[in-house]
Structures are given as C-alpha cells and as structure tokens.
Design a binder for this molecule. Sequence first.
Ligand code: FMN
Length: 508
Amino acid sequence: MNAPAATRPGALTPADVRRFAFRQGPGKAHLGEQHLVDDSAPTTSALPPGWARSATGVPLSLGTHELLAATPYPGPCGPGTVAALEPRDLLGHLLTTAFGLQRREPSHRYADHRSVASGRAKFPVHAFLAQGSAVRYLDVYRHALVDVTPPGGVAAVTGDGTSVLLAARYSDLPAAYGRMRYAVTEVELGVNLRSLCVAADLLGVEARLALDGGSTAEAEAVVRSAGPGTWSAPLAVRLGGLAQVGPSTPLPGPDGSGPDSRDPLLESDDPSIRDMAAVSAQRHGLPTGPQPPARGLPEGGPTGRTDWAQVLWNRTAGRMPDQLYGFALRPAEVSADALADLLAWADRPPPDRLLAEVAGRVRLSVALQRVGGLPTGVHRVEGRELTPGPVRPMIMAALQPGFAQQPSPNTDSGMRHAAMVWVHSVDIDALLDDFGPSALGLLQLGLGWSVHGLCLAAAAHGLVARPARSFVEYHVQPLFGLRREETPVFMTVCGTSRFTEPMLDLRT
Ligand SMILES: Cc1cc2nc3c(=O)[nH]c(=O)nc-3n(C[C@H](O)[C@H](O)[C@H](O)COP(=O)(O)O)c2cc1C
C-alpha cells in the first residue's frame, strides 16, 4: 500500500484494500509479516487511555454472578429477576456480563480471562459508555465506569440516550503481529459486539448497532478525546430504556492518573498501524440505514443443562501447563446436541442489513471427528444443517500442520484430537468487487460475531473453543475442498481439554 493513500483514510482504492487483505492474510508469511512473538515485549494491553485514569466515576454493581447463576442457558433472564434489579444497576450487570473478568489461572503466562476470547489475552477492544454529555470508560480492574476527563472537555454523543462505543487499539497487541493486528482487532470488535448483544438479550435491553459513517465519526471523536493511541474505527451500539448510571463519586483505590512507562508505545509511528487504521476507517463511508434490534442469542436453540454464570466461566480457548505453549485436547466423544447448539449460534446473522449481507457471502464448513456418530471428514454448513463431504478418517491429523503452533518439546497443538474444526471462508476478490473497500472490515466483524457464538455454545457443553487467525491458508484450503478463489479467513478449533488446574474466581 502506498503511503499517501494510507495516510488519507477516504482515499484508499479497492486495489489498496485488496493488497492489504493479501498482506495481512495469506501473504503474511511470504511477505515477512509473521514474526515470532516475544511474550516479554511490552504492549499497552490493559492500559486505560490517558484521560480515563481519573479519580472519579461510577462503581459497577455487584451480584452479576448470582444473577447469571439464576439464568438457565440459553436464557434469557426471567422478567421477574430483571424487574427486581435496581434500575441504575442494570447497565452495570449488562457490561459485566458482556466484558467482565472471569478467572485467573495462576500458573499461566497470559492475562486474566474475561467473557470474551482475545488474541493472546491482550484485549485490544475497549468500551466507553456515553450518556448525554457524560462519557465514562469501562475499567474492568477498577470495576468501575471511570470519568473521561480531558482538559479540553470530552467529545459528546448526540442525544441523551445510552451508547456503548467499542474501539480497538493496535498497540495492545504484540508489534510482531504486524498487519495481522488488523484482522485480530476487527474480528475482536465483532466478538465484543456479539457479547454485548447477548448480554442485552439476556437482560431484556434493546440494542441497536449504528454502523453508518455519521455515527462512526461521532464515536471516533469521543474515543480520540480519551487520550493518545491509534484506534480502529469504533462501533456505536445504542441501548434503549436505561437509567443514568451517575452521578460520579470518588472511586476507591489509587486513580492511576500518573504517567505509565508504556505510554510512549501509544504513539508508535509503526507504518503497519497507519495502514490498519486507514483500512478500518473505510467504515466512515457506510450509509445510514435502518437499525433493527440487534439480537445476540440464537432463536430456538436446544435447551441446555447449565446456567449463564457457568457458561462464561467455562469459556476457554484451552491452554498448556506453565512454561509450555499452545493448547492440548484429548480424544473424546461430542454429542449431536452440542453440534446442533453450535450450529444454532452460528446461524444467527449479525445485526445491520449490509453487515448481514456480507456475512451471508461467507461459507462455514466444519471438519468433524467423534461427533454424534457422523462421518469423520469435512461437512458444509447450510443454515443449521450439514451436507457431508467425502469421509476422511485422518482429517484432523492432516489439518494439524496448517495450525501456526506446531507440536514440539515446549508446545502442543490440540488439533489432531479436535472434535470440530470450523472454517469460515470467502471469495475476497468478489466480496470487494461487489461491496467495495469497506467489505473487508464488515467481513471481520461478521466473523467475530459468528465465532463468539461458537465459543459460547462450546462452553455451554464443556468444550474448549480456540479461535485462530494465525494458520496457513494454503494448507487448509485444499483440505476443506475450497475453490482456489475461496480463502479460509478464520478457524475455530473445538474439543475436550486435556489440561486444567485450580483457578482464581474473579467474578463479581
Ligand atoms: C480474534 C482472535 C484471534 C486469535 N488467534 C489465535 C491464533 O491464531 N492462535 C491461537 O493459538 N489462539 C488464538 N486466539 C485465542 C487466544 O489466544 C485466547 O483467546 C487467549 O489466549 C485467551 O484465552 P481464553 O480464550 O481461554 O480466555 C485468538 C483469539 C481471538 C479472539
């Protein structure tokens, strides 16, 4: 991508975006974009924006865990349970359900786990709450909505309703990811969007996604006023019928308003960051359209035997013991019910007509092994049904070399024992031809939406679900019987964990 186009967001041509899509996707290994990641290299992960470290704000309500424990999966919460909540606590429960801390694995090198999966647990997606002229930042570690207080005043969102603004910050992910940070951050925006919509559905709150350029620009002004950092184009979600969370009060504990040793990383001049932001900014060109209610839960999914506190606690991408990399699975049968549930979650389209149209171009396939008596091999997903392909008893073993992390003395990949490997694929050229340059971002949002559904459904059945962006596209493509034009763009590996250990419960 040439520099002048990349620095002027509106000026990217379809060819620029096509080259970028190749560079951060199938071309990443050939073009030297994929480096070994040094986990000790600092990032800005979990660092609040500079003006969101103030001493005042609104503490979040307690008792979300009890509320969710009383909510059978797949939900929603009983109307009486929601009616019994203090109206001003409802929003706190909603945000904690969507984004809250869940557990700490004491021996694990990665950060604490939350309701959502995140690349290397870096959580580049940050949430802001705008109500009238008040803007607050969700700080999960302070368990509070912290006042955003820039000296020049914070930008505001039009109207006096409630908006949640989601934006991803590139410097939170390892710099060695290069331009692949684009796909990871945009997919994570989709993951967080679905998590928010699921939480809203559970609590009976109406959510609407405002994806148009005007709403994006307004949200971006708010996010930028929170301090230095290079952000993706934000998403704005309007929540209906909620009380004001304020007034703000002094928050307990230290305010963290002083400088942080990682602050200089927020202002990186890395050209890959500039390119990613320019491609993400294509959302500024989206037209205004109807905003139907954004529903996150599947329609008429099978009933489970668990509750929502357990589902969020269970949600995991799997792991290895201390000092070892990757994730470990063991061979185990998975029921047809579990498969049906994952299909129901994948079948719920994302909100917004254009976003749903782009998502409709994506093909979902799944390789199965030991699932509900079905043949081992690759199956095509059509709605909630499967069309079996040829039987391939060794499909998982054949896929394993396509996963970025290979088994070695210090690493395992659970791929060979996976029960299901879900692959999203699409003809990117045709997508960009038909929908224009903004389609690359819409594609990632739709992927995140779908993948988070798979992760939640897997958790409801006690399964690990590992989302993966780092895999060898050219290895996976023929094994899934995809046409040359059709690129695998995301993978989710599901199965039964081989390893677990006692964990610290961080739920509130
Ligand atoms: C968008 C996205 C991309 C990811 N890519 C990879 C990947 O390429 N390889 C991998 O092993 N894990 C990948 N992960 C999984 C994360 O590493 C995992 O979610 C993180 O370690 C946190 O663990 P938890 O999900 O168990 O909380 C990805 C997760 C997300 C959301």
